[in-house]
Design a protein around this ligand. Structure first.
Ligand code: COA
Length: 261
């Protein structure tokens, strides 16, 4: 099933939903409409129990997302830009989404595109993908979490280098610095990403949700608070039927069937 929006395609393949940014003629640049539609789709998918994993990708073979739509910057005042950024944020929606989100990076992953990928939980890149935060070349800085999420993910030295130079790096370098989880040949990108998504989709959605929340605490809290909240989230899993199913399945030497209850 494929649903069409003005700027997105949404496809469901069993337990996996694929959101494709569909502006290939503009290298899938994120305009206000894309951000609004993306946040709206995520809100819908968050409530849909049949969807266990979400994938973001870009239409065409050139770009994942080539950044914010630069044309929209023209003539925009500081106050309006601030309102746009503080409004309904697609990146925050991905961050807070209660299920795993994978960025399937099929080409240019720049500026706001890199920030979107950074907000995702996992990043798989084709060997033709490239990454960067080139905002500095426009006389601005990353404003969608780039300075914060990139720094937390790859460390201050490398993040500073990318942000100050605006340099574009290839997929292998992105892998070497820890920006992406895996690099695969372009022809295998979709199959490898679906394989990963389906593997995760078989786990307990409750445990996945707790795991995502717990891991994200690591960069948002001090160690004592993080360890304490990890115990709470761990214990919360004990209230689920999925925990009983997982433990029973192990002891009975069979595959668990997690229902998300
Ligand atoms: N915002 C708005 N439009 C964009 C865009 C962006 N971020 N990135 C690409 N486009 C548009 C181009 O303006 C062009 O539109 P046109 O056909 O109406 O002239 C179209 O997409 C194709 O772009 P083009 O530059 O011809 O494609 P390319 O394949 O040669 O190069 C990029 C691709 C991504 C390297 C290049 O488009 C680019 O540098 N984009 C800007 C990247 C950037 O600075 N992002 C950070 C924004 S904060």
């Amino acid at each position: 099933m494929t649903e069409s929006y003005e700027t997105l395609l949404v496809e469901r393949r069993e337990r996996v939903a694929i959101i494709t940014i569909n502006r290939p003629e503009k290298r899938n640049a994120l305009n206000i409409k894309t951000r609004e539609e993306g946040a709206a789709v995520l809100e819908e998918l968050s409530m849909d129990e049949s969807v266990r994993v979400v994938i973001f990708t870009g239409a065409g073979d050139k770009a994942f997302i080539a950044g914010a739509d630069i044309a929209e910057f023209q003539g925009r005042t500081a106050i309006t830009q601030r309102e746009v950024m503080l409004g309904r944020s697609l990146f925050t929606a991905i961050d807070n989404f209660p299920k795993p989100v994978i960025a399937m990076v099929n080409g240019y992953c720049l500026g706001g595109g890199c920030e979107l990928a950074l907000a995702c939980d996992l990043r798989i890149a084709s060997d033709t993908a490239s990454f960067g935060q080139p905002e500095i070349n426009l006389g601005i800085i990353p404003g969608g979490g780039g300075t914060q999420r990139l720094t937390r993910l790859i460390g201050e030295g490398k993040a500073m280098e990318l942000i100050l130079t605006g340099d574009i790096i290839n997929a292998q370098t992105a892998y070497n610095v820890g920006l992406v989880n895996t690099v695969v040949p372009a022809a295998d990108l979709e199959a490898k990403t679906m394989e990963l998504a389906n593997r995760i989709a078989e786990k307990s959605p409750i445990a996945l949700r707790m795991a995502k929340e717990a891991v994200k605490l690591a960069s948002r809290s001090n160690l004592d608070e993080g360890l304490r909240r990890e115990v709470d989230l761990f214990a919360l899993c004990f209230s689920s039927q999925d925990k009983d199913e997982g433990v029973s399945a192990f002891l009975e030497k069979r595959k668990p069937d997690f229902k998300g209850r």
